[in-house]
Design a binder for this molecule. Sequence first.
Ligand code: PLP
Length: 391
Amino acid sequence: MGDAPLIPLFDVQLEQAHIDAVADTLRSGWLTMGPRTQEFEQAFAEHLDCKHAIALANCTAALHLAYLAAGVGPGDEVIVPPITFVATAAAARYCGAEPVFADIKGNHDLGIDPDDVARKVTPRTKAVCAVHYAGYAADLPALRAVCEDAGIALIEDAAHSPSATPVGDSRKLGTHGLAGCFSFFSNKVLSCGEGGLLATDDDDVAATVRSLRSHSLTSGTWDRHRGHAHGYDVLGLGYNYRMDEPRAALLTARLTGLDADVSRRRELVHRYRELISDLEGVTVPYEDAEVDVSSCYVMPVIVDDHELRDPLRAFMLEERKVQTSVLYPALHELTAYTDRASELPRSEFVGRAELTLPLFPTLTEDDQDRVVASLADGVRNLTRAGAATGG
Ligand SMILES: *Cc1c(COP(=O)(O)O)cnc(C)c1O
């Protein structure tokens, strides 16, 4: 075991065709806001079967613009889950609004709980953001009902969930609310380094987002280049949230392999679940049927005795060279968000008890066996050590 190489949490392997697509773009001499961005937007809109797909600098920008398009402004509130990346909540603060946390459902489903969302709605609430944790759909029918009752927008943080659907519904995640926000950050299911996209079927939202993406200018560089516009006006306070051409080209090239990557992730997750199913002391969230329609971004497990979680992670890394992560520490317990703390016991437990196992399409079954053995040995050793000291 001493010489075994590290099994990373995540790995990205580009094919020659992906590299060629970027090199061709660099040779073309047109590096931003051009035909490759349009081509990617068209391809992703078709993939999602939605009307508008707008490429952006990253998913944080997509969330910011989605909230703005939903009318979120100073003094408003946006309801978000605490088990998410900080961007979901930070984007509300960019609008001058406050993120308000609603608890997650529990250990078996780390998505936001619609009943707690309903309890957290106030006259100042403008939107609810559903995070499709690890690529598993949040409870969209119930969330939509709460939002319709309250007359507020449902935004989807689909950073984890390209090409996924809810169980029994063929519409892709990211197309169920007013807007869906995607991330192409390097460790995501479909990646280009830094990139994002907003999907919507709403023409007004699309027009707002396209305008805000580029400083609320009345015409783009590419339009002017093609002689379609001679000058421009600035209609409001906009941003530079544009994606550039090399990234768009890389994404178009990689999009063709997305479904195969997701299939492989699902196989690996099914195999993990089978290998872990008999292991005492850990709980695996979600059901097999949900795996079949998830994008399987990460492989979460819950360590039932949460005090073992950190020593277990240390054992796996130091003794067995298996990298793990925590997705996520509960956001309302982190420094910049603590003054918004309220009672969110299920999120607090998951934030202390969750660990994420290595998962990527090129993970081998041998390495997967090593990961599971390190998890099983770690849990067994730590449980026995605890029992011996009467802990
Ligand atoms: C990665 C991530 C984001 C932010 O995406 P960026 O493209 O890095 O801005 C937002 N929400 C969730 C749930 C994420 O995992």
